[in-house]
Design a protein around this ligand. Sequence first.
Ligand SMILES: *[C@@H]1O[C@H](CO)[C@@H](O)[C@H](O)[C@H]1NC(C)=O
Ligand SMILES: *[C@@H]1O[C@H](CO)[C@@H](O)[C@H](O)[C@H]1NC(C)=O
Ligand SMILES: *[C@@H]1O[C@H](CO)[C@@H](O)[C@H](O)[C@H]1NC(C)=O
Ligand SMILES: *[C@@H]1O[C@H](CO)[C@@H](O)[C@H](O)[C@H]1NC(C)=O
Ligand SMILES: *[C@@H]1O[C@H](CO)[C@@H](O)[C@H](O)[C@H]1NC(C)=O
Length: 615
Amino acid sequence: MAAFFTRFLALAASLAVSSSATTIAEINGPKFLSPLKDQAVSNVSGIITAKGPDGLWLRSIYPDRDERTSESLYVFGRAFGANLTVGDSIVVRGQVAEYRNNKDYLYLTQLSRPVLEKKVSSGTKVQPLVIGKDTRDPPTEQYSSLDGGDVFAVPNNVSLISVANPELQPKTYGLDFWESLSGELVTVQKPTALTKANRFGDTWVAGNWKVSGRNDRDGLTITDKDANPEAIIIGTPLDGTKNPTSTRMGDSVEEITGIVSYAFGFYRILPTTAIKITDSQKQELPKPTKLESKGRCSGITIGAYNVENLAPNSSHHGAVAEHIIKYLRSPDIIFVQEVQDDNGPTNDAIVSANLTLTTLTAAIKSAGGPAYTFTDIVPVDDQDGGQPGGNIRVAYLYKPELIRLYKPNPGGSLDANEVLNGPTLKYNPGRIDPANKAWTASRKPLAAQWEVISKKSSASKADTFFTVNVHFGSKGGSSSLHGDARPPVNGGVADRLAQAQITANFIKNILAKDKDARIITAGDFNEFAFVEPLEQYAQISGLKDLDAVAKIDKLERYTYLFDMNAQQLDHMFVSDSVAKSGEAKYEHIHLNTWPELASQVSDHDPSVARLDVCA
Ligand SMILES: *[C@@H]1O[C@H](CO)[C@@H](O)[C@H](O)[C@H]1NC(C)=O
Ligand SMILES: *[C@@H]1O[C@H](CO)[C@@H](O)[C@H](O)[C@H]1NC(C)=O
Ligand SMILES: *[C@@H]1O[C@H](CO)[C@@H](O)[C@H](O)[C@H]1NC(C)=O
Ligand SMILES: *[C@@H]1O[C@H](CO)[C@@H](O)[C@H](O)[C@H]1NC(C)=O
Ligand SMILES: *[C@@H]1O[C@H](CO)[C@@H](O)[C@H](O)[C@H]1NC(C)=O
């Protein structure tokens, strides 16, 4: 911090601040909202540090010693800057305003209706503040003092920053840190892209400051109570150039200088010009899994893949087939999610996915893979959410020469599966409690009982194992981690909690009849392992998180990129007998989180496990 203040104080020492002047620090104040909101201010002095299409940024020449108060300010007005340029020292009056264009966002403090009182001088050289050098390092774990220590805590949205307006604690909370630099011209040295650029070229980065959660690919992974507030998004360049859209997680980026601002729900740096990738990740795709099937119950392989709105005419059948054959090494059974009906998003009464699934299994076969068979249960039309008309559902692909349904007896769309003595299932496969309102506009889990076909002896019930394929409700409706609601709204969390409880209780019923039952549940849970729905899921069901069982490094537990974070939505949970077998291996294959946006096949990574399901 020392350098930060010395630079200003040297300047300030020669100038006395009169009571009839308002400083930029006074306008910003030590909280999120300006103490001078809606007031007219005059005699505001500053040096222009940057210009944008709708205004310019001023840095104070009368800084205070308070690190909470930003020394820079956005002056909003398209015409105002017409005759002004970077390096001009000006005196301005106007009205302090708090602006946001969406009620879920934070307010940006600005000076509106500016009038130039005086141009004092021009040609002052403007130095950006180097983040982590002229400023402290951004905090690495917590976002806001209003989050109660956990940005994903339930209940969420218990307070609003715009109402509570807490005092900034830039040392501890990420939002407070970025707010304390609002309007400032900053430099990010040695930036690394943390996730792939979005279609506008917006790119999350961290500079050469301390970070937590760095994974092997140089992204940042969310862990319990650490959601990476040290990341900052690089937004639209001020000079009208465009950021590349091909940036991938872990790419090195040229030093970035720009203005700290807030828009579209996030603090962001608006770079003076487009960012440049200096060193792109070499290896585009991960290595294939090391897990190969043993071809018998002591080591069958289980794949899990959300294939993102797969319809019969989807262009990604071939790529999914290649992923399954080459990178997942053709697992013996594959839990797939987001399989659409036989005419995809066409919104009519068709619900069968036979054509979709036949198209996929044919693509696998024709690419040299095994001849998979599939099973699914059709949903009731338009009742399971997802893309309208698509009727997405979960399904199993399996190798019929190795695995078969144990006494198949498929249930109907609304038949609730039950655990019978044995244990066996009333419907095999069958959906779990499909009429329960917890599943409104969501996929119903599909429970099945299987036997591994043994070459030696005929299979008996003792050789069976159970599976549950899930695709819980989506996080749609979530508010931004940088948004007004604290803790942020975790969209659909109440539904997922109810869904987790229903599914877990079904599994508990199997284990009540046979504590050694071999059970594998997998799929897109749309939630993190350390958030309430999955904590309860594990606790009620008694299942073990396979990531933990297989001792996967916490930072490598990711299957999805969202905003600044690598995160895990796709999980596998297994019963004790499977967990304890000594053959509980698991890998997440980063086929879709690593490539650039335009090259990803699905938005989720697939995973593959090898498990012992013998008696
Ligand atoms: C404006 O502020 C400067 C610096 O504090 C001061 O010297 C000057 O008197 C003020 N001018 C007016 C008109 O208040
Ligand atoms: C900019 O300068 C031109 C030419 O002197 C003048 O006509 C115009 O009004 C000025 N614009 C502003 C916003 O001061
Ligand atoms: C597949 O068909 C649907 C209509 O059923 C259409 O909207 C979509 O664009 C088609 N997709 C491809 C890849 O051809
Ligand atoms: C889909 O396949 C299943 C199993 O072969 C069959 O029972 C069902 O009738 C098929 N549905 C349609 C619409 O062809
Ligand atoms: C959070 O709660 C407030 C009411 O306190 C409500 O106005 C707002 O819409 C909620 N935010 C979100 C994102 O749901």
